[in-house]
Write a protein that binds this ligand. Structure first.
Ligand code: CA
Length: 703
């Protein structure tokens, strides 16, 4: 009897060992063949080509009406959720806000392990657009994640224990990481973010086994006085790219962060990366208004083994609008003019859809997929845009669309080889731009050199309203096959499937399935909060699942619809659906906002005016939305000591509220408190008026 028990225990141990050995079993061969492995979702965009198309068709246009929630997993915060999960042999790995990582059983949601990188909380203020994370990479038993404080970490896929950790940035500078790492030829590729605040962009390759740096490519030149970097990019800057810069760009880093898109093109053994905007944004403030400023706003092909330059295509020479080319890069084989072409496709912020020959980086075609007013067209001979001169807002304000918010942001698009269409989460969000004549640099905070937020100039008012679309774009004909209009610009990433379906979430909390051929809505689910992340689909034990993270994310106050700004969002959720699923989301208690901060303290008009200035400079970017506390409802505002302990001494920095002692004096911090108490008083009065029957219109104060 004892012997049999021992044998059984040994067997169980063996089974456990095999299970452990198989955790995260992805290698180069398997990743290169991912197209033929539809049960799994092995990397960020499913395959290296990042088409986000799954051939699975068990869930399809005839039965998707029976799709229901199989299970949900509640996350630990209501901060933004942007990650695309990865599924390997029945286990799902995904990252959440603050670069945390979870592994769950992909068919039940049972949590296998969780990992918290314990970020330097104060780095949260360096994140332009919340402490989000877009995903992990899995490779040879390890799970890789980039952290908001700039580390690249390898975890054991079996138990979530740290294997190695490397700091990839100067953490004193306003760098962050939100992108998903990619693993290519045994190297983990990672970039960073921070070009709004003032950094120099680069992309690096680390050895997947030990976290040692293999190569680095800077996307913009450094201070010429410092000489070459000893990096893979030195040659390109010496030969041609360095000459495209003027002025003292290095003082604010120059920008060019690689913050999202990295693809491996096995056909030509090249790594293709998308490069971001300039720092500061304004070309006149950055480069004396002269030069193309390579490799800002460019699609850049590098040798994956050495990081050496192969070719580039610059989307916006002399970038000045926050027009990044970091948006998703998707590889495909298309037939154009009767000839097979190996292309890459990108729908960057500037609103044009680019089809580029990936053998040499030459432009094949480009047409606008949303309304735009900054260019006449893209010249197919030179590959350069023919700009409207007024769009550079040199002598008067210009309301530009698309704007830096993007015709398309980080939300992933998908391409179905079955329909030949690209499904783009598209936006219309104009911004009126003019030179910031009082431009002062604020280290560690936004530095754009642009004055934004002015009223639209006369004659442009009718174009100002924000909206969005799901655009089904034919990349060969360069025109829309169909589109769905949305009342708010920020909507979710898309997934296309062999079942003739396109899945997309929206800002108002619905997760939809459409017929991929004509856009007819076939199904939807009410998630009760924004669904912006990229959905995936996979199969476990013969059952097809569709999964997506629900939660806000994006830019500027977590990108919630304006009419949903009164209440903080609920905690994020992993939502997993299957045919016949009957699970329900947890009930949510009703929300009562905290009371306004009100006191009888008296302040001078000069103090209040100064407080308003510093509030708008440093506070409102994070505190104007409902996710982070409204400062005019903060009880810290009732006491000068308590306020100073947070704003100057950093009492809440582990929560992401950094000390502002380097930016603000004690008196300046106190002036913000004064202004908050003023807003608190105004809010109380508005609320009283509303209760007394004033009714409509008494909205939120201060934002
Ligand atoms: Ca940017």
């Amino acid at each position: 009897m004892f012997k049999r028990a021992l044998a059984a225990a040994a067997l169980a141990l063996l089974a456990a060992c095999i299970q452990q050995a198989e955790n995260g079993a992805i290698d180069e061969q398997r990743l290169l063949a991912a197209e033929d492995d539809p049960d799994n979702w092995l990397s960020y965009g499913r395959t290296y080509a990042e088409q986000r198309f799954s051939p699975l068709e068990d869930v399809n246009d005839s039965n998707v009406g029976q799709l229901g929630l199989a299970f949900s997993v509640q996350l630990d915060t209501n901060r933004g959720q942007e990650a695309t999960p990865i599924v390997v042999d029945g286990i799902m790995y995904f990252s959440t806000a603050w670069s945390k990582v979870m592994a769950v059983k992909a068919d039940t949601g049972e949590v296998l392990w969780q990992y918290d990188p314990k970020n330097i909380g104060a780095k949260g203020v360096h994140a332009c657009c919340d402490v989000v994370n877009r995903g992990v990479a899995v490779w040879e038993g390890k799970v890789f994640v980039g952290t908001i404080d700039g580390r690249l970490i390898a975890l054991d896929a079996a138990n979530g224990k740290e294997v190695w950790s490397t700091v990839t940035v100067d953490q004193k500078k306003p760098y962050t990481i939100t992108m998903a790492p990619r693993v290519v030829r045994g190297k983990v590729i990672i970039g960073n973010s921070g070009a709004e605040l003032g950094v120099r962009g680069y992309v690096s390759a680390y050895d997947a086994n030990n976290g040692k740096l293999v190569w680095r490519f800077y996307t913009v030149p450094g201070n010429p006085a410092d000489g070459p970097d000893g990096a893979a990019s030195d040659e390109a800057f010496a030969k041609f790219a360095g000459k495209t810069w003027n002025g003292n760009w290095w003082e604010m880093g120059g920008g060019g962060t690689v913050w999202d898109s990295v693809v491996y093109d096995a056909d030509f053994n090249q790594l293709i990366v998308g490069v971001g905007n300039g720092s500061p944004w304004n070309h006149r403030a950055r480069s004396a208004g002269k030069g193309d400023n390579l490799f800002l706003s460019s699609i850049l092909a590098l040798d994956p083994d050495t990081g050496k330059y192969k070719w580039h295509y610059q989307v916006n020479p002399g970038e000045t609008w926050d027009f990044t080319a970091t948006q998703q890069i998707t590889l495909a084989d298309l037939t154009i003019d009767g000839k097979p072409r190996k292309v890459l496709m990108q729908a960057p912020k500037n609103g044009f859809f680019y089809v580029i020959d990936r053998s040499n980086g030459k432009l094949i075609s480009a047409e606008n997929f949303v309304p735009q007013n900054w260019a006449e067209k893209i010249d197919l001979v030179t590959g350069r845009p023919i700009e409207r001169p007024e769009a550079r807002f040199a002598d008067k304000p210009y309301m530009v669309y698309p704007s830096g918010l993007g015709a398309h942001a980080w939300m992933p698009m998908s391409y179905s080889p079955k329909t030949g269409l690209v499904y783009i989460p598209a936006m219309h969000a104009p911004i009126t731009m003019k030179d910031d004549v009082n431009y002062e640099r604020h280290p560690g905070r936004w530095n754009t050199g642009v004055n934004m937020g002015g009223l639209p100039p006369k004659g442009q008012e009718h174009e100002a309203a924000f909206m969005g679309w799901l655009v089904a774009w034919d990349p060969v004909k360069q025109k829309a096959a169909w589109k769905i209009e949305r009342p708010w610009p920020w909507n979710g990433g898309t997934l296309a499937t062999g079942g003739n379906l396109v899945f997309q979430g929206d800002a108002y909390g619905k997760f939809h399935a459409y017929d991929a051929r004509d856009g007819k809505e076939l199904w939807s689910f009410n998630a009760g909060q924004g669904v912006l992340a990229g959905p995936i689909t996979y199969r476990v034990n013969g059952v097809q699942y569709v999964a997506v993270l629900a939660g806000y994310g994006g830019s500027m106050g977590m990108a919630r619809p304006a009419d949903w700004m009164e209440t903080p969002p609920p905690p994020g959720q992993l939502l997993v659906f299957k045919l016949g699923g009957t699970a329900k989301l947890p009930e949510r208690p009703p929300y009562t906002p905290p009371p306004f901060a009100v006191s009888d303290e008296k302040f001078t008009p000069a103090q209040l005016a100064e407080g308003q200035k510093w509030y708008l400079t440093y506070c409102s970017i994070c505190h104007a939305g409902p996710t982070n506390p409204d400062l005019f409802r903060s009880q810290y505002a009732l006491s000068a000591d308590a306020w100073r302990s947070v704003v100057i001494d950093g009492a809440l920095q582990d929560n992401g509220m950094a000390s502002f002692s380097e930016q603000l004096t004690k008196d300046q911090a106190e002036s913000i408190r004064a202004y908050m108490l003023k807003l608190g008083k105004e809010g109380t009065a508005a609320e009283a008026a509303r209760k007394a029957g004033g009714g409509a219109g008494a909205g939120k104060t201060g934002a």
